[in-house]
Design a protein around this ligand. Structure first.
Ligand code: HEC
Ligand code: HEC
Length: 161
């Protein structure tokens, strides 16, 4: 049993995360555990252009919309065959975020436009977001050195110069 940490409470309020997300965020604070293990198919198909985002950072409704619009995915063609779409979507929906903030679809179904995301990144300056090594807020791995492992805790944040 993971005890919700002060970090977790400050972050978004643990209740806003699914049981899995809650365990993972609380665990991030002490670094003992990783987030929910990624479905290999999801990891394989959704991490070539950006990190495979943690499923509990968006509500099921957003994952549904994203997975049903892969041919026009933020200006990219991320098409997959129907069977793969179904498998990945089922898994994403099972592990999607729930609760007051995270349960609501953010604009464009972007994690980076969620209210909790904006709050957590209020210290990041406009100039930092535009650094050549960052380019986009969606590029989590530019600053979160363990984003690929699903670990976004502050001790693994390094702002590139
Ligand atoms: C061909 C490249 C490509 C593939 C493959 C791809 N994406 Fe993306 N994705 C993008 C681009 C480009 C963006 C927009 C990035 C930006 O704004 O800087 C994006 C953004 C996103 C975002 C929003 C990030 C934010 O700003 O909060 C989500 C969520 C997302 N992708 C999910 C997925 C999922 C799920 C898959 C697998 C089914 C996937 N992507 C596969 C190119 C891709
Ligand atoms: C330009 C660098 C940068 C990028 C890109 C970035 N972050 Fe962050 N992130 C930060 C900083 C700085 C903090 C605040 C750390 C602190 O509280 O000291 C933070 C905090 C967080 C936190 C809260 C962590 C905690 O322990 O309180 C989460 C969760 C998070 N980011 C997720 C993401 C995700 C998901 C993405 C990509 C969609 C992303 N971030 C992109 C710099 C970045």
């Amino acid at each position: 049993m993971t005890i919700p940490s002060p970090l977790c409470l400050r972050l978004i309020g643990c209740g806003l995360f699914s049981v899995f997300g809650m365990a993972s965020i609380a665990a991030h604070a002490d670094g003992r555990e990783k987030s929910v293990a990624l479905l290999p198919k999801y990891q394989q198909e959704c991490s070539s252009c950006h990190v495979a985002y943690p499923p509990d950072m968006l509500p099921a409704a957003s994952w549904q919309r994203l997975m049903n619009g892969l041919p026009q995915h933020f200006g990219a063609d991320a098409s997959l065959d129907p069977e793969t779409v179904k498998q990945v979507l089922t898994w994403l929906t099972q592990h999607a975020g729930t609760g007051r903030d995270i349960g609501k679809r953010p604009p464009e179904d972007r994690i980076t436009r969620s209210s909790w995301f904006v709050k957590e990144h209020h210290e990041v300056s406009a100039a930092t977001w535009k650094l050549p090594a960052v380019k986009s807020a969606s590029n989590c791995a530019a600053c979160h050195t363990r984003a690929e492992q699903g670990d976004f805790s502050e001790r693994f944040v390094r702002i590139p110069r």
